[in-house]
Ligand binder design. Structure first.
Ligand SMILES: Nc1ncnc2c1ncn2[C@@H]1O[C@H](COP(=O)(O)OP(=O)(O)OP(=O)(O)O)[C@@H](O)[C@H]1O
Ligand SMILES: [Mg+2]
Length: 220
């Protein structure tokens, strides 16, 4: 599913953010990644969707091998299997919630009918049907993030990556969004969540990795 073999991630020649990392995340895993600010959590997540390429080592995500010289066709194909949720939602403000959720399917070229059907299903799933014609700024933060989760699921990816998805939310909305991730994971999808604060009420099996000093360790 995701296998890192001695990967090193850096933004410039002089400084490595993560060095010689090894990691094996299996299909259906629920994973939390913690670490201090600046420890490389976002950087690691970016490597999983090809936004930063390993300087050294090999990274395998789904059936793709991401190397230093990976081309745009590899990256595009890789991203078709991945859904991403951001701390600041990154919804398009000129688009309705419905259209925002449809975005990955529009990019992938699905038919209008297929898009409508899937978006309706997702709106129900995240309990936003009554908000579908609104624009992002007309929604609360929690509602916007539920739309963000729905969008991440639209093209039916098997890996969901979330970078501090509840960082801007209160406890109530955090609970709702976490619940959505758990449901998605229960359907067999791999869910990887970067967080400052480990949730204390997870009743299913999960894995916890911690980044520190350029290394990664798993709490077992
Ligand atoms: N685009 C970039 N160019 C150069 N350096 C970067 C870039 N993005 C991040 N860095 C550096 O890489 C290091 C790790 O950053 P990263 O964003 O991965 O940390 P993080 O663990 O996600 O932190 P936070 O909890 O604050 O989000 C930091 O020192 C940061 O300054
Ligand atoms: Mg970060």
């Amino acid at each position: 599913m995701i296998k890192a073999e001695n990967i090193t991630l850096s933004y410039n020649k002089n400084e490595n953010i993560l060095s010689n990392i090894n990691l094996h995340i299996k299909e259906g895993d629920l994973v939390f990644i913690t670490g201090m600010s600046g420890s490389g959590k976002s950087t690691l997540l970016k490597s999983f969707y090809g936004a930063i390429l390993p300087k050294d080592g090999v990274l395998k995500v789904n059936n793709h091998e991401i190397q230093r010289r990976a081309g745009s066709s590899t990256i595009n194909s890789l991203r078709r299997g991945i859904g991403i949720v951001f701390q600041d939602y990154k919804l398009i403000r000129e688009w309705t919630i419905e259209k925002n959720i449809a975005l990955p399917m529009i990019i992938a070229g699905f038919s209008k009918d297929a898009i409508q059907k899937q978006v309706n299903k997702l709106l129900t799933h995240v309990k936003l049907t009554h908000r579908k014609d609104r624009f992002p700024e007309e929604l609360s933060g929690g509602e916007q993030q539920r739309a963000g989760v729905a969008r991440a699921l639209a093209h039916n990816p098997n890996i969901i990556l979330a970078d501090e998805p509840t960082g801007n939310l209160d406890d109530y909305s955090t609970g709702l969004v976490m619940e959505l991730f758990l449901k998605v994971n229960a359907l067999g999808k791999t869910v990887i969540i970067v967080t400052h604060r480990m949730p204390t009420d997870i009743n299913v099996k999960f894995r916890h990795f911690h980044l520190e000093g350029g290394n990664i360790n798993e709490y077992l």
